[in-house]
Design a protein around this ligand. Structure first.
Ligand code: ARG
Length: 568
């Protein structure tokens, strides 16, 4: 019965909420969930209630109030309540909490921590969005990894994520590329190494155009032809696009990321008429040096909609895409996972939608992130010193594979495991810090099996699985005693739903990454100090605990977009 009391049928009542219900009858004033704290030090209890907020209304000192509550509380969940300097510190009945929690997690399995808070509302996520005929940059890698993890997180909370890869496949640069290809390109080379070859052509165009300005006129004409649907220009452009997407697809396959839509800039090129009309009708378009702009308040520079030569811009296409997304998906939230450097663009574009009277522009959110650094400098995939992302990913996989060869040469599916570890290491190192930070990219350190790394967490999970394998089948269990090592693990497992909720509220996957490290650490210290496989009666209960650790670790890793090999 205590179990039924502790946890509701559908979801888990968190310990904090449960304690709240227990305490209310003993409290002189209404309590709310935010009042209950989790003390950092175990000697201050498992949960604590600070009594300072009550002092004024009750005209008593917090110390006296804490003492009264501590003396009055009497409940099977609470082993002991201690008053200390204005706080009531609660030591919970470990075996009761543990039994209920483990049964809940085993019953819910991978749905543990899930909720239906989102009510099926659509969240569109603009992510990855590389530019064709250009290398997939480290910024696009971050966008892909961060956006994918956000999609998994909101899905866990009952929203419906729609992942949109807004490919950069339009703009005047394609006039330059067409011109360069016609002058200096050849088909076989492009086929062999599409992006590298197209990039070289593009660079060559710029070098030559410095000496011969007529090239720029040619490029403009070529882009005009492309815009007007000229079949030869169109065919080349389609081919460049297809070859680029094939290269990108190899990266997406390695990362294990899929998309719901690839509608990019070109898709919106012939759909901008209505928005320009709407802007005109609403009197928002102003002429400025022959161009059409929307003026903005708050010291923001105006948003450029149409250039003097009639060409539309990045912002024009983004406005069109935003309206289309609202019509198509009726999103409750629309996220754009794009680097810090585009913050001004997103502020402007959101303001323009607001001025047009679209109240839903408030649901648009730019999710900015910092740079990937190598030795403190921006990591670049451009120009001379190209670090191609695919090579970086493959290097990580190769390093993981060589570790396996020395540590566990008989492992089955070595290739798959190496990929899970290598790619997982890169994903984890990206997500473990808040995305706003610039992060130093160091393959060797992110692949360490010690410290706050992906492999460290994956290892803890694999170790837990090896214990379960050795033990064979699971049996029914009862919980009598819970030692400090076990209790530390239990308390963390209990916080998973809360970590998921906070991460989703803040769209911050680093909360999950850090949480996973905490679980892995506490599991490792439990494993190092407690004999799990023994003849004692506690074996069944401890195995259940280990099983729950694997459920929570695997679900945490999945939410980051990582795999969890059961053997490594
Ligand atoms: N293709 C752009 C770039 O590489 C990113 C596009 C981001 N998404 C958007 N809707 N503007 O910089």
């Amino acid at each position: 019965e205590t179990r039924a009391f502790l946890f509701t049928q559908k979801g888990v009542l968190t310990l904090k909420k449960t304690l709240l219900e227990v305490l209310q009858p003993f409290s002189p004033l209404p309590l709310d969930g935010n009042m209950i704290e989790r003390p950092v030090h175990a000697h201050l209890g498992d949960l604590a209630l600070p009594c300072f907020p009550f002092a004024k209304a009750l005209r008593k000192s917090p110390i006296a109030i804490a003492e009264e509550i501590a003396a009055a509380v009497d409940h099977p969940l609470i082993h002991r309540a201690e008053a200390q300097s204005g706080y009531v510190n609660f030591f919970l009945e470990r075996s009761v909490v543990t039994a209920s929690l483990l049964h809940t997690i085993l019953g819910q399995s991978s749905t543990y921590g899930s909720s239906d808070r989102g009510n099926g509302g659509v969240v569109t996520i603009d992510l990855s969005s590389p530019n064709i005929a250009k290398p997939f940059s480290m910024g696009h890698l971050r966008s892909t990894v961060i956006g994918n993890a956000i999609a998994l997180l909101v899905e866990k909370c009952g929203y419906k994520p729609v992942k949109i890869n807004y490919i950069g496949d339009w703009g005047t640069q394609f006039g330059k590329l067409l011109t360069a290809y016609r002058k200096w390109g050849n088909e076989a080379e492009v086929k062999k190494a599409p992006i590298a070859t197209l990039l070289q052509l593009y660079i060559r165009f710029h070098e030559k155009a410095e000496l011969d300005a007529t090239l720029n006129d040619e490029a403009r004409a070529a882009f005009k032809a492309l815009e007007d649907g000229d079949s030869s220009a169109r065919a080349l452009w389609e081919w460049f696009k297809m070859e680029s997407l094939k290269e990108f697809q190899r990266i997406y396959d390695l990362l294990g990321v899929t998309f719901d839509s690839y509608n990019g800039e070109a898709y919106y090129n012939d759909k901008m008429g209505p928005i320009i009309e709407e802007l005109t009708e609403k009197g928002l378009l102003v002429e400025s040096d022959g161009a059409l702009v929307v003026e903005l308040e708050d010291g923001l520079p105006p948003c450029l909609i149409k250039k003097s030569d009639g060409a539309t811009l990045y912002a024009t296409r983004d406005l069109t895409a935003a309206l289309d997304r609202k019509t198509t998906y009726d999103f409750v939230k629309s996220l754009y996972v794009v680097g810090n450097e585009q913050s001004l663009h997103f502020t402007q574009f959101k303001k323009v939608l607001g001025k047009m009277g679209h109240a839903w522009s408030a649901d648009i959110q730019h999710i900015p992130f910092g740079l990937l650094l190598k030795d403190g400098k921006k990591m670049s995939t451009r120009k001379g010193k190209i670090v191609l992302l695919e090579e970086v990913l493959n290097e990580a996989i190769a390093l993981a594979q060589s570790t396996i060869e020395t540590k566990n040469p008989d492992l089955a599916n070595k290739k798959d495991v190496a990929q899970a570890i290598g790619v997982g290491a890169i994903i984890f190192s990206d997500l473990k810090q808040h995305r706003r930070h610039d992060i130093e990219f160091n393959l060797a350190s992110m692949l360490q099996t010690e410290g706050e790394t992906g492999p460290y967490v994956q290892y803890a999970n694999a170790r837990a699985h090896s214990v379960l394998r050795k033990a064979g089948s699971m049996r029914a269990f009862t919980v009598s005693e819970v030692n400090d090592f076990e209790w530390a693990v239990v308390k963390l497992l209990e916080q998973f739903p809360d970590a998921v909720k906070r991460a989703a509220d803040e769209l911050d996957s680093s909360i999950i990454a850090k949480y996973a490290v905490d679980v892995a650490q506490s599991f490792n210290s439990f494993y190092g100090n407690v004999q799990v496989l023994s003849d004692s009666e506690d074996q069944s209960y401890r195995l259940a605990l280990v099983h729950c650790v694997t459920i929570v670790l695997e679900e945490s890793l999945r939410l980051l977009g990582m795999k969890s090999p059961r053997e490594m």
